[in-house]
Design a protein around this ligand. Structure first.
Ligand code: NAD
Ligand code: LMR
Length: 334
């Protein structure tokens, strides 16, 4: 039998070292996300970039005794962004402005679209093979923007571009457990569609709680769809979800690295270039995806759904189509 020490040495040699870059690392999400990535043993080289604050965050978390080397980069230093990205494996993008009460995620497009476009362009040049995880809102539109930028640079790999919708999945687990009085760590809800209001579709019919009363179910679905608003209102002008989002982003990044590492059965819902509804003009869609050594390995169809969920899906598709077109038009305009 292997001793505990031998087993630990064996399992640690299986893990490949990953270079990870956070763009927007000085912000509300960026800071705790960077902290969680510093604690992830899959990460050996952590690079933090922001217009402000990245060096401070990097120096701060660099004192934590895990093996990764952490470095901060600024736009003021020569090639700061390029060096933050150079040959990195995974890029997380939480750069951009968050909502204030009364705003929709789409209201952020005017500012965030160009931020994401420019960061995508830099990534295409410095790390064309990286997996890109887009957090900046509106995700339904910013992901298509990144795709168009990469296409224009000739480096688009649909298997390596992800809109991070994990927060919807973790909210669904938490909220359903509160309704049903169950252990949230054991609750799994497939959340499909996109990442804004009615485009977020939790498939309650696929859970063991499908028999819950209609009024309870409708309220639960609404809470999952508009969970972001709860946080925006509670922060009262101070921004939107940051800590739960950092947890969600770190969870998804870990899943992407596990897939790249060849671990089996890594499945997470994510918003990707998807064949599921392409025939209806919807190029991007969130559904459960198996993550593998090349990034996306398999995009799973949404499976059997109830007639109420069919109605939600039809409405979501209308909005998604417009959101995607908006991103494409922005990114391809001359
Ligand atoms: P924040 O304002 O606290 O932080 C954003 C950071 O981005 C700031 O530090 C800012 O300096 C930086 N930044 C802006 N332009 C930049 C650029 N060109 N290059 C590098 N850094 C740049 O905001 P936050 O609360 O961290 O939210 C960030 C984004 O994430 C928002 O768009 C928000 O809507 C979105 N968000 C998405 C989800 C999701 O589920 N996908 C969840 C929560 C928030
Ligand atoms: C969320 O779902 O919390 C984020 O998309 C931020 C927001 O604007 O609600």
């Amino acid at each position: 039998m292997l001793s505990r020490v031998t087993r630990r040495a064996f399992s640690s040699t299986r893990i490949s070292p990953y270079k990870v870059t956070v763009l927007g690392a000085g912000g509300g999400i960026g800071q705790p996300l960077s902290l969680l990535l510093k604690l992830n043993h899959k990460v050996t080289d952590l690079r933090l970039y922001d217009l402000r604050g990245a060096k401070g965050v990097a120096t701060d978390i660099s004192h934590i005794p895990t093996n990764s080397v952490v470095k901060g980069f600024t736009p003021e230093e020569k090639d700061g962004l390029r060096n933050a990205l150079d040959s990195t494996d995974v890029v997380l993008i939480p750069a951009g402005v968050p909502r204030k009460p009364g705003m929709t995620r789409d209201d952020l497009f005017a500012i965030n679209a160009s931020i994401v476009r420019d960061l995508a362009s830099a990534t295409a040049e410095a790390a064309p093979n990286a997996a890109i995880l887009v957090i900046s809102n509106p995700v339904n539109s910013t992901v298509p923007i990144v795709a168009e930028v990469l296409k224009a640079k000739g480096v688009y790999n649909p298997k390596k571009l992800f809109g991070v919708t994990t927060l919807d999945s973790i909210r669904a687990s938490r909220f359903i457990s509160q309704v049903e009085n169950t252990d949230p760590t054991q609750e799994k809800v497939n959340v499909v569609g996109g990442h804004s209001g009615i485009t977020i579709i939790p498939l309650i019919s696929q859970t063991q709680h499908k028999g819950m009363p209609k009024d309870v179910k409708d309220a639960l679905i609404h809470r999952i769809q508009f969970g972001g608003d709860e946080v925006v209102q509670a922060k009262n002008g101070g921004g939107s979800a940051t800590l739960s989002m950092a947890q969600a982003g770190a969870k998804f990044a870990n899943a992407v690295m596990a897939g790249l590492d060849g671990e089996a059965d890594i499945i997470e819902a994510t918003y990707v270039d998807s064949p599921l509804y392409k025939s209806e003009g919807i190029e991007f869609f969130a559904s459960p995806v198996t993550l593998g050594p090349k990034g996306v390995e398999k995009i799973h169809p949404i499976g059997e759904i109830s007639s109420e969920e069919e109605e939600l899906l039809a409405k979501a598709k209308e909005t998604l189509k417009k959101n995607i077109e908006k991103g494409v038009v922005f990114a391809t305009k001359k």
